[in-house]
Design a protein around this ligand. Structure first.
Ligand SMILES: Nc1ncnc2c1ncn2[C@@H]1O[C@H](COP(=O)(O)OP(=O)(O)O)[C@@H](O)[C@H]1O
Ligand SMILES: [Mg+2]
Length: 343
């Protein structure tokens, strides 16, 4: 393993036990996170992005079970399996090593407590007792996320706008200097200008503090802007993993191509918004072979029976598809067609 890997997820599988059967939410997922890099997880709702990220900080709901794999975390040359940490160790691991900012996080603050209290409480809950240090760090971080430090420190949550709360939450996320920050749809509830500002702030923080980011979004434009590498998830599996430019300009998996096409383009009419035909599969009884085959324009008999492995198609670009060679040609043909219609 390269010495710059902070997190190595290895063959991770997770099921949810339900009365109707086991939901296979994450299947044999492997990838590594390098120090300081941003990996975006993209994929339709239900593809397993949140499940995967919750497992990294051991916050899965009670009906979940990890059925295979390990999560190796390295700090200061020491590697530990997150799945083997004791309850005390995991409490300190969250926030100090790996912090998560959740979906719809605007409501994460307790409405009856001042912001400063919530920062102090979070620090204390994760073993940081130096109150003077916590205060100084909080004020510094507020400056870094471009909030008025003194004002926000003394505020109640309702006195802050959505964008301000989201920034305060980013500051809270890195309060205890984690190496990895997981952001699950961090800007979904915000308007587009506020989203922009948050992304700028996030990049600046990352440059200054050098943490790694796992950025979960169904918004491909945001993912493109944030990420160094992108992992496409489908039905609980990583079906493509590559550098951001390869993913967006030279996708090798038909599902990635489908996601790219379903992004609305300004120069297309609304009715031309192309979405991927069919629905995401039932994860209690997923399709045989390649799980994407029922929705795939390239699928043949082999795809129905044999699951393609995630293989390195071009250097640094991994795809799980028997027909990845056809994806690029398809993309070029469609681009040429749309030139003819609109150009
Ligand atoms: N607590 C739960 N119990 C049972 N099934 C769940 C639970 N949480 C999520 N799931 C299922 O697991 C799959 C993955 O969900 P999730 O990880 O939330 O995907 P995403 O974040 O990509 O939308 C979905 O089929 C979802 O319905
Ligand atoms: Mg989710």
């Amino acid at each position: 393993m390269s010495s710059d890997v902070v997190l190595s997820i290895d063959d991770l599988s997770i099921v949810y036990h339900t009365p109707r059967g086991d939901v296979r939410a994450t299947s044999n997922v492997s990838f590594q996170v390098q120090r300081g890099e941003t990996i975006a997880l993209i994929g339709e709702s239900g593809s397993g992005k949140t499940t995967l990220s919750l497992s990294l900080i051991r916050m899965l709901p009670n009906n979940a079970a990890i059925t295979s794999g390990q999560i190796l975390y390295t700090r200061d040359g020491q590697t530990r399996n997150v799945l083997h940490l004791s309850n005390n160790e995991i409490r300190s691991f969250r926030w100090r090593d790996c912090a998560m900012v959740f979906q719809g996080a605007q409501n994460a603050f307790n409405p009856v407590l001042r912001i400063r209290q919530q920062f102090a409480d979070t620090a204390a809950a994760h073993g940081e007792r130096d109150r003077a240090w916590v205060k100084q760090r909080t004020l510094e971080l507020f400056k870094l996320v471009r909030l008025d430090p003194q004002r926000v420190y003394e505020s109640y949550p309702h006195e802050l706008s959505g964008g301000m709360k989201q920034r305060a939450l980013l500051a809270l996320g890195v309060l205890l200097d984690p190496q990895v920050v997981i952001l699950d749809e961090p800007t979904t509830a915000l308007d587009i200008l506020t989203q922009r500002a948050i992304i700028d702030v996030l990049k600046e923080m990352q440059q200054r503090l050098n943490f790694s980011i796992i950025f979960i979004s169904h918004d491909l434009a945001l993912a493109a802007e944030m990420a160094d590498r992108v992992a496409t998830m489908y039905a609980g599996e990583i079906v493509e993993l590559a550098g951001v430019n390869d993913i967006f300009y030279r996708p090798q998996h038909p599902y990635t191509l489908g996601l790219l096409k379903s992004v609305p383009k300004l120069d297309r009419g609304h009715d031309e918004l192309i979405s991927i035909p069919g629905d995401p599969p039932n994860l209690i009884t997923p399709p045989s072979g390649c799980k994407f085959h029922p929705r795939c324009q390239f699928a043949d008999a082999r795809c129905e029976t044999e699951a393609p492995p995630l293989a390195e198609v071009t250097p640094g670009q991994w795809a799980a598809c028997w027909h990845s060679d056809k994806v690029g040609a398809q993309m070029r043909a469609e681009a040429a067609g749309s030139e003819r219609t609109h150009g």
